[in-house]
Design a protein around this ligand. Structure first.
Ligand SMILES: [Zn+2]
Length: 300
């Protein structure tokens, strides 16, 4: 899955620190991410590339000290995380960079790139970027928020409101019935392949209740024997995904919600497609079932 980047290690602990020449910069512009052009390994610019770009457009500034002061006024970088010793920073300003070999890419297209640890970096950076972008002002009193020095938190200097990053829990549900599994395709989404039932947890419900409710809403069926499988951070949609297997407990036939789904059908184990990707929890669960898991052995 996206988080399985062994032997590399993802460190998400927050520190307040200054950016250095070889640190990565992740920059977003109008929902697009600035990355190495398609057809090559997914990569990001380093601070030294950004510095050169900035010098080119602003001309040569004589004193290094003056440049430093100017830079601090115009551009702000926030430490995001590290993968091994490589640090990633977010460029807070929405500027349009022009650096040869790098282009603005759709987040959806980033999913199909390699190496996987850079996809994980892009997804997590997007999640944090959306949080910073959407909380520049206090939702309680309207004052401009400030970044905390010690924690990944935004603080309102006027009313003391503290805003932490939001993670939205959602479930992925594999409904099985003997040798078959319920497969779906989403309506009105960019993603066109087979998927499983999925949905956000509502306020006031447990994730097990989310499983029951989502299956009922999307396909009109009752389920039993709900078993937790694994979880996955999915920054593309600001989620923490929780995977569950469960069994059909109904004699009714599928009654599909056409607003949510374009297709819902039972598929035999051997017919489950293997798209050959190892990014998503959905595909891992489909593969586990295809290979005979869930009802023959412990699932985790
Ligand atoms: Zn406030």
């Amino acid at each position: 899955m996206i988080q399985d980047i062994n032997p590399k290690h993802f460190y998400n602990q927050f520190h307040k620190e200054a950016i250095k020449p070889l640190d990565y910069i992740i920059s977003f512009h109008s929902n697009l991410i600035f990355a190495r052009e398609a057809g090559r390994d997914l990569d990001f610019i380093r601070y030294e590339d950004f510095f050169k770009w900035r010098e080119n457009i602003h001309g040569n500034i004589e004193a290094e000290k003056k440049a430093e002061q100017e830079r601090e006024k115009e551009f702000h970088f926030t430490y995001l995380f590290a993968i091994d010793r490589q640090k990633y920073f977010l460029l807070k300003e929405d500027v349009e960079l022009e650096i040869p070999g790098f282009v603005y890419c759709k987040m959806f297209d980033i999913r199909r790139r390699a190496p996987k640890y850079q996809v994980m970096a892009a997804s997590t950076a997007w999640h944090l970027h959306v949080w910073y972008r959407d909380n520049r002002f206090c939702g309680r009193c309207g004052e401009k928020t400030e970044e905390d020095e010690k924690e990944r938190m935004l603080r309102c200097p006027a009313c003391g409101n503290r805003v932490f990053p939001k993670v939205a829990p959602a479930v992925i549900v594999a409904v099985t019935d003997g040798n078959r599994i319920l497969m779906t395709k989403y309506a009105n989404r960019e993603y066109k392949r087979y998927a499983l039932i999925a949905g956000f947890t509502e306020i006031g419900e447990t994730v097990e209740e989310t499983v029951r409710r989502e299956v009922m809403e999307e396909v009109g069926l009752h389920v039993k024997n709900i078993r937790y499988y694994k979880s996955q951070p999915w920054g593309f949609d600001l989620n923490l995904l929780l995977g569950f297997f469960c069994e059909l407990d109904d004699t009714a036939s599928i009654h599909m919600d056409e607003g949510e789904l374009a297709l819902a059908e039972w598929m035999k184990r051997e017919d489950v497609p293997d798209y050959g990707e190892d990014l998503s929890l959905t595909h891992e669960m489909m593969r586990v079932f295809k290979e005979g898991g869930t009802d023959k052995r412990r699932i985790y």
